[in-house]
Design a protein around this ligand. Structure first.
Ligand code: GDP
Ligand code: IMO
Ligand code: MG
Length: 427
């Protein structure tokens, strides 16, 4: 029996998961998404082409691998159709390669309205969600009111849909959200959504947990692809400024139907700095020219919403916490090249809370949590053309070594550019 390896983000998302899943896919037989939905935007670049995947696993570009959308994912059939059709147009044989769990929950058009209404009702306390209906869909799942992919095959589907829609309309009214004035195109959206279900039916809708476990029992290798990042986890992230799923490694067990005994390596990805999109605390955030420079050089704009990502230094207190939660076996450091032009690079090694230093993640990351930094001399080297670690400068090696020693985990991969080829796998 083989095991499932898990690859996930250790910060607030957008660490570069899509790129590395694509790089590692040749080693695996199956790539499976286990949580999240179209709030994700996973970017891949190769052969001068760029793709952004939202619900489809990032293993679809590397030969005839099986890809699975697991039960832990929430699926918007309209966005799925758009994404799948554009992949089909670029020659990806998706219908043979992609399996979709019947237990994955469907995002309804009214879930998106509820997402917007909830945000409006929160006023200046809003989470800054991606507006894709993620929170309301998971809420319905947990309150046992959701619709699942497998339901679309049932003759009861229209009645179930109407019941849920009615309930959502009442909820929207309670939130003072007027469909007539605030979503005047609702009827069209609903029509489009219903039509998109016919496209979804052209796919292999399966018992996902059986497929994964069957693959493992035949010694096939499976890679589970996380979305978002551990600091956005519903339980362990900076609540309430989080997403609505378990983004940590344990989420792969729930979201694919895999026993904890069958988890193998856990690849934890982080950027050489840190970003966050949406509201919520971010102790190492920079509000100065350095932050602007990271944003500009790193092209830190959301791949889904286009929003500017907030930028700051890498936070090792947070990484120590998230590597612990996930049992990370291998670290992957992304976007090292973005810091190429910096004379000084800082790393947060502790927090100061109420005048005392701590390296433990506090209950809340309030404004009172101040980062304590250690400074490093910048490597001032063009990393983008590096092809092996032998080319790393002394300064860059020192940076890597410090992070490895602080976290007690080896950095297995260093990414030096967005392209598939700009990836250094270390010995
Ligand atoms: P994901 O959500 O974790 O898959 O990450 P995103 O795709 O949202 O954001 C990562 C961004 O950084 C994308 O635009 C990637 O093309 C880009 N990227 C990935 N790795 C590197 C790298 O090593 N260097 C640079 N400069 N860009 C990278
Ligand atoms: P990938 O997989 C970065 C953030 C949103 C918001 C919060 C809740 O590309 O790394 P949601 O729509 O999930 O209810 O929004 O989570 N968020 C992400 N930030 N990368 C993502 O995905 C994200 N998915 C959600 O900005 O702060
Ligand atoms: Mg992203």
């Amino acid at each position: 029996m083989s095991k499932v390896d898990v690859l996930l983000g250790l910060q607030w998302g957008d660490e570069g998961k899509g790129k590395v899943v694509d790089v590692l896919t040749p080693r695996y037989d199956m790539v499976a998404r286990f949580q999240g939905g179209p709030n994700a935007g996973h970017t891949l670049e190769f052969d001068h082409k760029k793709f952004v995947l939202r619900s489809i696993p990032s293993g679809v570009f590397q030969g005839g691998k099986t890809n699975l959308i697991g039960n832990g994912v929430v699926l918007d059939p309209v966005l799925f159709r758009d994404e799948a059709q554009s992949l089909e147009e670029s020659g990806v044989d998706l219908k043979h390669r992609l399996l979709i769990s019947k237990k994955a929950h469907l995002i309804l058009p009214t879930h998106r309205l509820l997402d917007a209404a909830n945000e409006l009702a929160k006023g200046d306390k809003k989470v800054g969600t991606t507006g894709k209906g993620i929170g309301p869909t998971y809420t319905d799942k947990v309150s046992r009111n959701g619709l699942r992919v497998g339901d679309i095959l049932s003759p009861d589907f229209p009645a179930k849909f109407e019941t849920i829609k009615k309930r959502h309309f009442a909820q929207l009214k309670g939130l003072n959200y007027s469909i007539e004035t605030q979503a005047p195109d609702y009827a069209e959206k609903e029509q489009e959504w219903l039509e998109s279900l016919e496209y979804l039916k052209e796919y292999q809708l399966v018992n996902g947990e059986a497929k994964v476990n069957d693959a493992l029992s035949h010694n096939k290798l499976v890679l589970a692809e996380g979305a978002q990042g551990s600091l956005l986890d519903i339980d362990y992230g900076s609540y309430p400024f989080v997403t609505s799923s378990n983004t940590v490694a344990a989420g792969a067990c729930i979201g694919l139907g895999v026993s904890p005994r069958n988890i193998g390596r856990v690849f934890g990805i982080f950027k050489a700095y840190c970003t966050r999109v949406g509201a919520g605390p971010f102790p190492t955030e920079l509000f100065d020219a350095t932050g602007d420079k990271i944003c500009e050089v790193g092209r830190e704009f959301g791949s889904v919403t286009g929003r500017k990502r907030r930028c700051g230094w890498v936070d090792l207190v947070a990484l120590k916490y998230t590597t612990m939660l996930n049992g990370v076996t291998d670290l992957i450091m992304m976007k090292s090249d973005v810091l190429d032009g910096f004379e000084e690079i800082k790393v947060c090694v502790a927090y100061e809370v109420d005048g005392k230093e701590t390296t433990e993640m506090p209950f809340e990351l309030s404004d009172e949590v101040k980062p304590v930094y250690k400074s490093f001399k910048g490597w001032q080297q063009d990393m983008t053309s590096c092809t092996s670690e032998a080319e790393f400068s002394t300064e860059f090696r020192e940076y890597l070594k410090f992070i490895e020693e602080y976290l007690g985990i080896p950095i297995y991969i260093v990414s030096v550019g967005p392209d598939r080829a700009q990836t250094i796998i270390r010995k």
